[in-house]
Ligand binder design. Structure first.
Ligand SMILES: Cc1cc2nc3c(=O)[nH]c(=O)nc-3n(C[C@H](O)[C@H](O)[C@H](O)COP(=O)(O)OP(=O)(O)OC[C@H]3O[C@@H](n4cnc5c(N)ncnc54)[C@H](O)[C@@H]3O)c2cc1C
Length: 289
């Protein structure tokens, strides 16, 4: 690995001006669990690493029953899985964060880094998409917000322009009788990346589904929002027919590849299976809220 300058600003303004000064030669980072490995392997190159963990806004984790969740980009996954607020209001996002690597990795890895790394198989990204999360971005031209489903544009590439950084994720407050869930399939019990990951959130009106969002990971070049799968259950009881229809639509939304973890055909099948299961889990939780 070549020599790299390291800076750790304590304010957003400082971080933006450092990133602006170095343009494409600088990268922000949080836990380093992706970037350090990629730099060592020569997959990425940078002259300046800008550690954004010391910026207060990037460490925020606050919930308001009306405004929802502000989740700083640098919040470590372990803080999410240990947070009562997260477990209570966003159990699906919490289980996605809890699945990342091992406890050691979760101590360093952030949800912001998981998203900014741009992997199609990132676990927290489908969970965020299912919740309708928005990414707040700061850069030399000011701030902007992007829906998480539009954040990753191709494997390893995001909407972030040189000089920009992800500040936080804004997640709407759950409506009454709502909840979320995340499931993934991996070939072994832990420490592997998703062959398929499915996040879902839904709101119930009595025994019918009032609103739903379903998102899939590891089945396309980017994590995807499966709108037709959600539409298949809205206004309906979550019975076998509705679940089958949602599963079929989720599978149809996929454009998977064959790789060492699974064939495309297997991924299509598992996407449907996990969609049915994750909807049932989210619905059980929603009934209690
Ligand atoms: C052993 C091991 C197991 C793993 N298991 C899983 C797993 O099961 N599931 C999974 O999804 N991932 C897994 N990962 C991947 C990794 O831990 C996650 O992607 C992690 O969440 C990345 O967060 P980080 O803070 O470490 O990111 P970093 O490595 O700090 O950054 C990742 C990328 O995002 C950019 N970035 C980081 N923060 C910002 C920001 N605020 N603004 C703009 N850009 C930013 C960096 O420039 C870099 O390109 C694993 C990694 C390891 C080493």
């Amino acid at each position: 690995m070549h020599a790299i300058d390291y800076e750790a600003p304590t304010t957003l303004d400082q971080a933006v001006s450092i990133l602006k000064a170095h343009g494409e030669n600088a990268r922000p980072f949080c836990g380093g669990t992706d970037i350090i490995i990629q730099l060592r392997a020569g997959v990425r190159r940078t002259e300046h690493l800008v550690d954004v963990k010391k910026i207060k806004e990037l460490q925020a984790l606050s919930f308001n029953a009306k405004k929802g969740l502000r989740l700083g980009a640098a919040v470590a996954c372990i803080e999410i899985s240990q947070s009562d607020v997260m477990r209570r209001h966003y159990p699906g996002l919490t289980e996605a964060a809890h699945l990342i690597g091992s406890l050691q990795i979760q101590n360093r890895a952030s949800v912001g880094g998981n998203l900014c790394n741009g992997s199609p198989a990132a676990d927290t990204t489908p969970a965020l998409i299912a919740l309708g999360a928005r990414a707040r971005i700061a850069g030399p031209k000011g701030e902007r917000e992007v829906p998480v489903e539009a954040f990753v544009v191709s494997p390893g590439r995001t909407v972030l322009k040189p000089g920009e950084l992800l500040v936080e994720l804004l997640v709407p407050a759950p409506a009454p009788h709502s909840s979320d869930a995340y499931l993934r399939f991996i070939p072994r019990n832990e420490m592997d990346i998703a062959v398929v990951g499915v996040g879902a959130s839904l709101t119930l009106d009595g025994d019918k589904v009032k609103a739903a969002r379903i998102a899939l990971g590891a089945v396309a070049p980017t994590p995807i929002l499966a709108s037709k799968a959600a539409a298949a259950i809205v206004g309906k009881k979550l019975d076998d027919a509705a679940l089958e229809a949602a599963g079929r639509a989720a599978s149809a939304a996929c454009s998977p590849i064959d790789d060492m973890r699974g064939t495309a055909e297997f991924r299509l099948h598992i996407a449907a299976v996990l969609t049915r299961r994750v909807l049932l889990i989210a619905a059980e939780r929603a009934k209690k809220n």
